[in-house]
Write a protein that binds this ligand. Structure first.
Ligand code: NAD
Length: 352
């Protein structure tokens, strides 16, 4: 057994169908008297649901959350929270909505309560990317870590297969990179493997039958564990490439993870085959090819060109991805990343 450091983040989680009914009790428990409920305009019904569940503890509903958390949206939400004298934030939705809650909370001591409706995992991390002037920069602050998370699989029954698959691949990516993280440790690796296993079982069910509550429970449980892995150890090449393609080429978040994961894992499997055994146990061997087949079986996208990236962007993306050093189990240069991105752009099935 190697030496390691393990650090757990505080978490209070309520999990199960119907547990959204306990939102008011959780808000009371945290001493919040006037909670601002956050959502996106697309998912306004989640905001209205939150307000209904909170009753007279709701200060209002704000449906201004936007993908990539532009700073203008954070400032608008902060101004509204101050105007309404809010003393807590309830974020009901995917990573976009939870990101807005984090953006308000980072400047106050008021808690965020998260009710996730996708598999992104943001609710388990004190990390958030904010976009300003076309640049996405990441902040880490414990005030952004939600104080209570309510996982209610019934709220995910409406997530369409076209998003469930990519969102699940996004979650799996957190856990797979945790297995070979620079600060990986056996506890987080256990959590990561269990998260991948649950999603490996649940995603085929919910992509086939979106109202399969048992499958939804497995997927949400898996995404929780994968979110814990993301919040506990450092990510590497895969997350860096997704961050570059999302932040600078405006590619959609979950779909980009789904396309790139088989390629980044095929690349790293050459260097750390033993650390990726859990992926082989769950999906088969070799791990990159097996993840590609899994994504394809969910009908998730498998080519960057289908997400709107131009072939002429590949050189620039590769150069950006290597511009700053960061840890990865296999060393790389711009040519290696260009080759990886080229294969992902074309939708090739990786061989390793
Ligand atoms: P999202 O929140 O934008 O939701 C994706 C789509 O699903 C939207 O169209 C939304 O309207 C819809 N949707 C959400 N829940 C639904 C439901 N239950 N039924 C039907 N439709 C539903 O996207 P996401 O993938 O959840 O999150 C992506 C964002 O989160 C990105 O900005 C990413 O950077 C961020 N993120 C942050 C972290 C972190 O730790 N800070 C982790 C993961 C993702």
């Amino acid at each position: 057994m190697h030496s390691f450091r393990y650090e757990g983040l505080p978490a209070r989680v309520l999990f199960g169908p119907g547990r959204r009914a306990e939102l008011r009790a959780e808000v009371d428990r945290l001493g919040v008297k006037r909670a601002l409920v956050l959502c996106t305009a697309d998912q306004r019904q989640f905001g209205d649901l939150g307000a209904e569940l909170l009753g007279d503890a709701a200060a209002g509903v704000h449906d201004g959350a936007k993908m990539h958390t532009p700073m203008q949206t954070v400032e608008a939400a902060r101004a509204l929270a101050a105007e309404l004298d809010a003393d807590g934030y309830v974020a009901i939705g995917g990573g976009t909505t939870i990101g807005l809650g984090k953006g308000i909370a980072i400047q106050t001591e008021h808690p965020v309560i998260a009710v996730p409706t996708t598999y992104a995992g943001s609710e388990m991390t004190p990390i958030q990317g904010f976009t300003e002037g076309g640049v996405k920069s990441t902040k880490v602050d414990m005030r952004m870590l939600p104080r209570t998370v309510i996982y209610d699989p019934e709220l995910t029954l409406t997530l369409p297969p076209s998003y469930s698959g990519p969102s699940g691949m996004n979650a799996i990516a957190h856990a797979v990179e945790a297995l070979y993280a620079e600060n990986a440790n056996p506890i987080v690796s256990l959590i990561a493997e269990e998260g991948i296993r649950a999603l490996g079982q649940g995603l085929p069910k919910v992509c086939r039958k979106p109202d399969d509550l048992e499958g939804r429970g497995l997927c949400l449980y898996g995404s929780w564990l994968c979110g814990v892995a993301l919040g506990s150890v450092g990510m590497a090449l895969h997350h860096k490439l997704c961050h570059t393609l999302g932040g600078s080429f405006d590619l959609p978040h979950a779909e980009t993870h789904a396309v790139l994961l088989p390629h980044t894992i095929a690349f790293n499997a050459v260097a750390v085959p033993d650390l990726l055994r859990p992926v082989e146990r769950i999906f088969g061997s070799p791990p990159g090819a097996a993840l590609y087949d899994f994504a394809a079986s969910l009908e998730a996208p498998t080519a960057l060109r289908d997400l709107g990236l131009k072939e002429t962007d590949l050189d620039r993306a590769a150069a950006m991805a290597v511009s700053k050093p960061y840890p990865n189990p296999r060393p790389f240069d711009a040519a290696a990343i260009r080759a990886l991105l080229g294969a992902a752009w074309a939708g090739d099935r990786p061989e390793t």
